[in-house]
Design a protein. Sequence first.
Length: 343
Amino acid sequence: MEQVLQQLADLRKEIESLQISNAKALEEYRIKFLGTKGLVKALMGEMKNVANEQKKAFGQSLNEFKQFAEAKYEEWKNGVGESNGTAGDIPDVTLPGDAIAVGSRHPISLMRNRMVQIFQRLGFAVADGPEIDDDWHNFTALNLPENHPARDMQDTFYISTNPAWLLRTHTSNLQIRAMEHSKPPIRIVTPGRVYRNETISARSHCFFHQIEGLYVDENVSFADLKQTLYFFVQEMFGKEVKVRFRPSYFPFTEPSAEMDISCLLCKGEGCSVCKKTGWLEILGCGMVHPKVLDNCGIDSNKYTGFAFGMGIERPAMLKYGIKDIRLFSENDVRFLKQFTGAV
């Protein structure tokens, strides 16, 4: 112990004799005495070699030396800071401040919010729910029983440990849950992310976003559906956009239709985006199938309803002139900065 105490005294004299006048010398001092592998740390390791009856006295001496070394460091640190200061380091408070970087909403969020706002003006409420759901809510209750060929229309991601559960392929599962737990009238939109096992390209992705709508009440007709969608298109794309309905097939609606709008890029003249037709398909729709109502405990003899669904990426691509759907999920700041202040 006497040898270590003598070493502490010698180190103390060494520190007192030092003249620290610049940042480099100060850093060298810190590393030598106070660093992770410095002398103070090494001397603390000697505690295990000191007899038990001497540990208290040794600890006090070591702690005093440590405090002395740290105090000298702070003293020199303040002195070096003052000596290195120049008039040029004093900020000019009359200069304008640096601009603060402002973030922006994602274009998908912008489009989703805009769509929701339009339908809310028609009295639709927003419903949310699970992205992982069971087969009943995603398929069977929607009139797609097991082995139904229409299931092949959607390549599904199943949970490997329990194939009865899956990543939802549409937000229609939320419509089923709403009809199971609510009584008509029901008027909801269900925006959210969906998943399908598709090849990723400029026009498709394995996950994307949808917004679907459902209205169930007495005496709901296809005319109500058409007027709702006419209003949406005019509010979203402008009153000059033309609309057409084409017969289609969906197992959960009857009759079913697909809705096209005149191409916004070529104004209906024909271009590569609309494949020279002048029309772009934006959604599918139809009257809710009576079996779907019955599956959810709603009397199909008393109530009718309509449903529609569309992707959010495609309208966003049309509105903002985006030609590659992959840009939405690449998190490229250069891409996202373009939407600062967009609505």
